[in-house]
Design a binder for this molecule. Structure first.
Ligand SMILES: NC(=O)c1ccc[n+]([C@@H]2O[C@H](COP(=O)([O-])OP(=O)(O)OC[C@H]3O[C@@H](n4cnc5c(N)ncnc54)[C@H](OP(=O)(O)O)[C@@H]3O)[C@@H](O)[C@H]2O)c1
Length: 286
């Protein structure tokens, strides 16, 4: 079952190659590569503070960096990426970003981190508006966005990062009860779908999160982008083309009524392992 003993890896790449090479050892133990996360520094500034990027965080909203690995055509399927890129590159590069939390969409969490069977409510009673539940504070967090409260968890952390579940008011009351019993924190935000903007502000306010790494898949990235919550894009471009129809891309599922592209300002370009290119962009606010 899932990756319980595997501290945050890039499992969508790992799955296929099984930790054979790259920055990972053969047992799949990535403990020497501490995610994109960093223990909060006691002194000194983090990258996002020193590079002059701000998001006007007067409201305590964390700075959001979308960190992704993709093929040249922007597709993010792990099986193909595993053939194209050295797996260690994603985690090692992400670690330099010094985030204190990472977030993934329900599909990615379901596929790689949560238990296989989904939660089935006995009460079928929507929880409605609820206060933020802080089971505990931590230096690093793993966050899932799961509208209905489907994900079932066996523990309250992923590779040492304390778990926070973001759900909508449609999540069942016994789902929240299950989270409380397991020592998992949660935020209920949005009536019918998750209100991402509010949830992200609450992450800053109640958990002290300052730099959130948005790590896919494409649909949750699209949701964050559409809500104007992405401040920076950190993209690892693998040397290869996927090309298949229907494969999620880095930003996907956005409202087709959008009529303007999102403008980016180039920050840096660097060559990484195995011919991968690391590109960082600032999202231009208009
Ligand atoms: N290459 C990489 O760097 C990378 C990184 C991560 C994942 N991946 C791959 O990406 C694939 C999954 O991507 P995906 O795009 O299908 O799924 P996803 O982004 O992981 O999850 C999407 C789901 O999140 C939930 N969600 C809740 N609120 C949302 C909102 N406001 N906007 C959008 N989604 C919201 C929805 O499910 P509910 O309605 O049930 O809540 C939605 O269907 C997997 O194959 C995974 O391996 C690749």
């Amino acid at each position: 079952m899932l990756t319980k003993q595997i501290p945050r890896v890039v499992p969508w790449v790992m799955q296929r190659v099984g930790g054979a090479s790259g920055g990972f050892n053969s047992s799949g133990d990535k403990s020497n590569i501490r995610r994109g996360l960093t223990r909060r520094k006691s002194s000194g500034k983090t990258d996002y503070e020193t590079d002059g990027l701000t998001n006007g965080r007067e409201d305590m909203r964390p700075f959001v960096t979308c960190h992704m690995l993709c093929s040249l055509d922007g597709r993010i399927d792990g099986t193909f990426l595993g053939e194209l890129a050295t797996m260690g590159g994603y985690e090692e590069t992400g670690a330099t970003l010094k985030g204190d939390a990472w977030v993934c969409g329900r599909t990615t969490m379901q596929r790689h981190f949560a238990e296989k069977r989904v939660f089935v409510s006995r009460t079928r009673h929507h929880a409605g508006p609820q206060p933020v539940h802080v089971a505990r504070r931590s230096k690093t967090y793993a966050i899932s966005v799961d509208t209905l409260g489907k994900l079932r968890w066996s523990r309250s952390d992923i590779g040492g990062d304390h778990l926070i579940c973001i759900v909508s008011e449609r999540a069942a009351d016994d789902y929240l009860e299950m989270l409380r019993k397991k020592g998992i924190s949660y935020i209920v935000s949005g009536r019918t779908s998750v209100d991402l903007a509010r949830a992200v502000r609450l992450l800053g306010k109640h958990f002290g999160i300052k730099h959130l790494l948005l790590e896919g898949g494409g649909n949750i990235n699209g949701g964050f982008l559409q809500a104007r919550l992405v401040d920076e894009v950190s993209l690892l471009l693998a040397p290869g083309i996927d090309g298949r129809r229907g494969i999620p891309t880095v930003f996907d599922g956005m409202n087709p009524a959008r009529i303007r592209p999102v403008r980016l300002k180039l920050k840096s370009v660097a060559k990484r392992v195995n011919g991968t290119i690391w590109i960082r962009y600032e999202v231009v606010r208009t």
